[in-house]
Design a protein around this ligand. Structure first.
Ligand code: UDP
Length: 153
């Protein structure tokens, strides 16, 4: 089982709506490890770097305004298949189409203000994590229950 790391952001709407704890609980309850955690203000420059594939798209100016409108919480989440499992937990991009039980499906109705970002594959995770975290900001440690909770397939 691959142990993966993925970049997760709680977006400005999650901070404005005081959902940091609720979203973090979902990740911890799932059994994943938090390898990095910080709150920061995204600048337009950082937004362009993060969303480089979207910069030329018509929705980008609105996305940049939104993502810079309040702080975000950035996390590196680690565990078995963390990238794809977090994407499943997040749900579809548009909150109106996301399944109930997913974060976007349970908390939102917007395509833009959809509460959470998660890397969409290994290449994206590899590119995105260093945008938000220096190596020395990530912690290596063992979860005491990790073996029993997560190692069994
Ligand atoms: N987005 C938007 N309008 C669109 C598509 C996307 O505002 O038509 C925003 C939305 O916040 C989304 C982000 O741009 O989460 C990145 O888009 P992507 O298609 O990568 O969706 P995600 O991977 O976040 O589900």
């Amino acid at each position: 089982m691959p142990q993966e790391q993925t970049l997760i952001l709680f977006k400005p709407d999650a901070i404005q709506r005081r959902l940091i704890g609720a979203l973090l609980s979902r990740i911890e309850n799932k059994g994943y490890k938090i390898a990095g955690l910080k709150m920061l203000q995204v600048t337009p420059e950082l937004a362009r770097k993060h969303y480089e594939e979207h910069v030329e798209k018509p929705f980008y100016p609105h996305l940049e305004s939104f993502i810079t409108s309040a702080p975000v919480v950035a996390l590196v989440v680690e565990g078995p298949d963390a990238i794809s499992v977090m994407r499943t937990m997040m749900g579809s991009t548009n909150g109106r189409e996301a399944n109930p039980g997913t974060i976007r499906g349970d908390y939102g109705t917007s395509r833009q203000m959809n509460l959470i970002h998660g890397s969409d594959g290994p290449e994206a995770a590899k590119r995105e994590i260093p945008i938000y975290f220096q190596d020395n900001e990530l912690c290596e440690y063992s979860l005491s229950l990790a073996a029993s909770l997560m190692a069994a397939d």
